[in-house]
Every structure is written in structure tokens, then in C-alpha cells.
Design a protein around this ligand. Sequence first.
Ligand SMILES: Cc1cc2nc3c(=O)[nH]c(=O)nc-3n(C[C@H](O)[C@H](O)[C@H](O)COP(=O)(O)OP(=O)(O)OC[C@H]3O[C@@H](n4cnc5c(N)ncnc54)[C@H](O)[C@@H]3O)c2cc1C
Ligand SMILES: *[C@@H]1O[C@H](CO)[C@@H](O)[C@H](O)[C@H]1NC(C)=O
Ligand SMILES: *[C@@H]1O[C@H](CO)[C@@H](O)[C@H](O)[C@H]1NC(C)=O
Ligand SMILES: *[C@@H]1O[C@H](CO)[C@@H](O)[C@H](O)[C@H]1NC(C)=O
Ligand SMILES: *[C@@H]1O[C@H](CO)[C@@H](O)[C@H](O)[C@H]1NC(C)=O
Ligand SMILES: *[C@@H]1O[C@H](CO)[C@@H](O)[C@H](O)[C@H]1NC(C)=O
Length: 593
Amino acid sequence: MSPLHLLQFFLCSVCIHMFSIFTYLVYYYDLFTSSHEAQEKYDFIIVGSGTAGSLIADRLLKETNYTFIVLEAGGKGHPFHDIPAFGPLLHRSVFDWHYETVPQENACFAMENSKCKQTQGKILGGSSKLNNMIHVRGNVSHYVDWFHGKYTKEYIEEHFNYIESNIYPLRNIQYDSQLSDAVLDAAKQLGFNELNHQNSLGFQKSLLTQNQGKRWTTSDNFDTSKYVLTNALVEKLIIKNNKCLGVQINYPKKVKLFAEKAVIISAGTFNSPKLLQLSGIGPAELLKSLNISVVKELPVGKNLQDHVGTGLDLVLFDTSQSVGMFDMMNFFNLYKYFVNGVGPLTTPGCEVVGFVSTKNETIPNIQFMVLPVGITADRGSHLRKSLGIADFVWDNYFSKLFEKYTTTFFPLILHPKSIGEVKIKSQDPNLPPLIDPKYLSHPEDLKTLVDGIKMLTKLLETDAMKTIGAHLNKNHFPGCEEYDLFSDLYLECYVKHLTLSSYHPIGTCSMGTDASQSVVDLTFAVFGIDNLYVVDGSVLPTLPSGNINAAIAMMANIFIENTINQFNLKTNQHMCSRNISFEELFLNVCPVR
Ligand SMILES: Cc1cc2nc3c(=O)[nH]c(=O)nc-3n(C[C@H](O)[C@H](O)[C@H](O)COP(=O)(O)OP(=O)(O)OC[C@H]3O[C@@H](n4cnc5c(N)ncnc54)[C@H](O)[C@@H]3O)c2cc1C
Ligand SMILES: *[C@@H]1O[C@H](CO)[C@@H](O)[C@H](O)[C@H]1NC(C)=O
Ligand SMILES: *[C@@H]1O[C@H](CO)[C@@H](O)[C@H](O)[C@H]1NC(C)=O
Ligand SMILES: *[C@@H]1O[C@H](CO)[C@@H](O)[C@H](O)[C@H]1NC(C)=O
Ligand SMILES: *[C@@H]1O[C@H](CO)[C@@H](O)[C@H](O)[C@H]1NC(C)=O
Ligand SMILES: *[C@@H]1O[C@H](CO)[C@@H](O)[C@H](O)[C@H]1NC(C)=O
């Protein structure tokens, strides 16, 4: 590194460490000070305060008199953590589960030990506290298929309308770089329209789940302090005679909480199957191998799918396309953000999304996400680590780009054919599960991504992109030196090395009609177990045609609306006549059953 780049690295590292120390302080402050009141029995127990869990809680609270509690393994963030531009700093922080894949056989070769990171939020608000806030509905016909025709297209559209007017404030991106206009022009030159709500082909600037420039998650809709227990890891379900009675949490001692009507698992695509498997619901072979007695055999953890992509720092410029980190962190921008909700701090990272078909069809098979910065922007102080880029790749490829300005045109496969699996590796609820997405194990996926890069090169050949000086990164990717640059074989090698998750895992507790193929039925109920539901990304049986958060919120909204209608309101006889603290629970002042 040249002295200048070394200085930049040093300054970035200092800023990032300061933020990280701040984040630790927030985390420990919450851990030690939040005084939680809890009953031992509720109508509903919700596991996880993410997109789905918080939406369900919000509507239960506002529309019913049911009692409920949300149990969240992560801690509570600070308003600073809602600043959109800081989102990436939460990756690999104390608010991330620090999950990663097992070594991949066909992918992730550019990462340490061929393992791709699988960032997921461990924080009040869940993964949408770390995400890019992009809101797209996807292709609604696919959701009709998920319900096997139980609901019409119109019914599902009504639910999208509901969340778009009651749950999420939506806002067009209001601060973006010159790059995003150039990309829209380039797309037009290639014959793509600007997108509207119909998800056909085309490009558009990002529509964001933001309120006044602030990141907005479903947990921001209600007073979480009264209804969410943070730092409460649910370790196991309590199941008797095929009925779920409650959960066991570690807080910090083991406590049991009981649910009169239902336990709703909204722990996300990796943790929901983990919790079911720990509780004896899953593939019999797996459970037996771990000495867990089989409560119900179901294909829990199977059918894992993700929007896999590629293409980091592949498009270079001689001038900067975005506000640099140091320009961003000035007082004026903080003022603009906190007072007016505008300015560079509101950036979602991804400014433009595009849906294209590499097969000249009318249905998209690739989505592009365009970001005006690449991972070399911080000189290796954080982004590199959050992806786990291996040394030989960093030293021989990315660190050579410091003289340039890098950007990210990220093509991802909308409907990949590769299917993977999540399974626990022990009875210990504190250990991460084994995550094997089997990225690019299906040859068609490899071809689709190669075609995606070819599409990108076409975009770069347009006048609009040439005018702003866009050019391809012509450095050979380490490990692919033997192939001619940008030949098919080279691109295959490139994609297998620089495989990237868009962090859209789904499918591990699939919805369906058949217990041999799926885990929940069309009412989100776990097959064969009473009073137990799964509602989150894991129930999506196939990937939406676009970013998945809106689809997850739509599903949660369908679930809660039907649940409110299904149960009759009635007052409960509580075992404790008053609310008790957890300290009292430990002391058995009001005994736990
Ligand atoms: C980096 C990143 C960027 C993304 N960008 C976008 C985007 O721009 N647009 C988009 O549409 N989607 C995006 N996504 C995807 C989207 O945000 C997630 O798919 C969605 O938030 C998942 O919602 P969920 O309810 O299924 O789970 P989550 O929101 O992950 O919630 C699960 C919650 O359960 C908690 N939990 C887990 N296990 C336990 C347990 N045992 N006990 C107690 N609590 C537990 C977790 O801590 C977490 O808070 C992105 C995701 C990531 C990670
Ligand atoms: C909840 O209880 C209050 C007070 O008893 C009552 O006024 C209200 O109608 C109830 N709400 C519902 C949805 O039943
Ligand atoms: C949505 O998907 C269906 C089924 O795959 C397809 O027929 C339809 O053309 C798609 N619609 C759009 C707008 O892409
Ligand atoms: C399962 O239990 C048996 C007998 O109790 C023991 O021998 C074996 O080591 C256990 N296996 C695991 C994976 O814990
Ligand atoms: C794409 O399809 C259209 C209509 O089906 C056809 O007219 C056009 O030539 C095709 N383009 C390419 C590049 O194959
Ligand atoms: C217990 O707490 C809940 C939620 O804070 C409250 O609605 C309820 O009235 C309390 N019950 C008693 C008996 O204090």
C-alpha cells in the first residue's frame, strides 16, 4: 500500500472501530439495564422480532386484547443504528448472528475456506435493521402458487396495499449519485423501460422502507419496550402429546414460558429450522444422529434457496461516483439527516434495481443491484472482512484497484435451481447450524450468472455509461489466470470464485399441502403439531422475483389477519395474578409449571 492508501486505511479503521465500540456500549447497556416484566403465560408467544415477528406483534397489539410476548435473542440498537448509510457497519457486529456457509464445492472460492458469509440480524427488528431497505413486490402470480390457489391475486395485492399504507412508510430514494441516472439512460438505450409496480422487465431507482430518511422496520410501529424481551434466546419448544405448550428460554437462566393459544416462530430462515430441529421436529435421520428424540418427522431445513450473485468492483471509474466516507461523516450531513431526513446519510447503498431476461424472454431471470461504491472504498478495513475475502484475492486483485473508483453492479439469479440445506450439528442451542446452500451446484445457475455478466458488459458499451467513464475491471481474477479474459470459461471461473449471497435465504420450513415435502400447511401451522406456527422467510417455498422483505411482510400480514379472525377473544385465567419480574421467576416466587 502507498502511504496515502495506508493513511486512508488507518482513518477508516479508526472510524469503524469507534462505531464498533459505540455499538458494544449500546449492546451491553441494553443487556444490563433493560428491566423486563413478564408473565409466565400469554395467549401468544412470538419467537423473533424481525420483519414477520414484529408485524404480527404490532397487529395483535393494536387490534386485539390478546396477551403476547416477543422473545428476541438479540439486543436493542440505538437511533444511530437506524442511519441508513451505517447499515453495513452492523454486519459482523454484535447485532449479526455471524453465520457462514460450510465450504462450498462449486462456489465462494474467493472467500476464506470457500465459505460465504450469511449475514442475518440479531437485533430488535431483525435482518431489516441491516438490510438495504429496497421494497419490491415481486411477481404476485408466484404467491398465488404458494397458496395453491387458496387466495386470488387480488387478495394478495390487497395485502401488499395494506402493508404499503399501514406498515411501511415508503419513499423514493432521494439522495443518489450521477451513476444511477446514467444506468437508467443506459438501460433505456438497451430498450428497457422504467419499471412500475408490475414486475416485468426494466430498471428503476430504489423504492425504500424509510420514514424521513430513517430506516424503517416493522418493529418501529409499536412500543417494543413493553412487549419485546431482548437478549432472550429461545432454546427449545415445550411439546407434549403433539401440542406446543410454550418455550424454554435462557435469560440468563433457563425459564419456561407458556402460550395458551399458540407459539409463533419467526426466527428467520436459519434459526426457525434450527429451533424446530432442536425440539425434535425435523428429518428423523438427523435427529437420531444427534440423540434427539423424534417428535415429528418433517423436512425441516431442506429446500434452502438464496438469490446468489456475483460481480464486485467489476466496473471502474476514474472519478468518484459517490460521497466518500469522510465527506459523509461531517456535522452538516448529520444535521441534514436528523433535522430534515435528507442527505447522503440516507443512502441505502443500492440505488438502482433492474430486472432483465438473459434469454430474451418477457419474464426476468436476473436482477441487477447497482451500488456507487465497491468494497475497496474502505481500503480493506471492514467490507472485506464482512464478506470474508481471502488474502490471496485481496492482495492480488482488490488492493490493486486503490487508484480507481470502484462500483458494484450485482447480478443475482432470481430463480436459482440449486437447493441446499440447514441442519443443526449438536443439541447445543448456542452453536450455529450448518448452512449449505450448495451455491451453483446446478449447472444452469452458473450459466445464468455468466449471462448476467455479459448483459452487464452490454450495459457498459452504451453511450450513457461511456460518457461517465465506466470501464470494466480488466485485471485477471486470482485463480482464473489460465483463461482468456471474459471468455465463457473465464467468467465461469470468476463466478465460482466471487460468489456473493444477497442474504435472501428462504425455504427451510416450506409452505405446502404435503407433509413429506413441506413443513407448514397453508395456514402456516406446523404439520402434526398443535398450536405451533412458523411465519417468516423460511416458509417461502420458492424465491420471489425480487428482494424478499416485502413478500415476507405480506405473508405475515395474511397470517395475522386470519389468526385474528380465527380465534375467539376471551379473557385468560393467569396463573400469576400479577406481573412478575424474571428475578422472581428464578426464585420461583410465582412457580413455573
Ligand atoms: C444484509 C441484508 C440486506 C438485505 N437487503 C434487502 C433489501 O434491500 N430488500 C429486501 O426486500 N430484503 C433484503 N434483505 C432480506 C430481508 O431483510 C430479510 O429476508 C427479512 O428481514 C427476513 O425477515 P424474517 O422475519 O424472516 O427474519 P428476521 O428479520 O431475520 O428476524 C428473525 C429474528 O429472530 C431472532 N431470533 C432468531 N433465533 C432466535 C431464537 N432462538 N430466540 C429468539 N430470537 C431469535 C433474530 O435475532 C431476528 O431478530 C436483506 C437481508 C440482509 C441480511
Ligand atoms: C379490548 O378491551 C377493551 C376494554 O375492555 C374493549 O373496549 C375493546 O373493545 C376490546 N377490543 C377488542 C378488539 O376486543
Ligand atoms: C409472473 O409470473 C407468471 C408465471 O411465471 C408469468 O406468466 C407472468 O408473465 C409473470 N409476470 C410478469 C409481469 O413478469
Ligand atoms: C448418543 O447416545 C449414546 C448412548 O447414550 C452415546 O453413546 C452417543 O455418544 C450419543 N451420541 C451423541 C452424538 O451424542
Ligand atoms: C428477442 O425476441 C424478439 C421477439 O420474440 C425478437 O424479435 C428479437 O429478434 C429477439 N432478440 C434477440 C437478440 O434474440
Ligand atoms: C401485565 O402487563 C401487561 C402488559 O404490560 C398489562 O397489560 C397487564 O394489565 C398487566 N397485568 C397485571 C395483572 O398487572
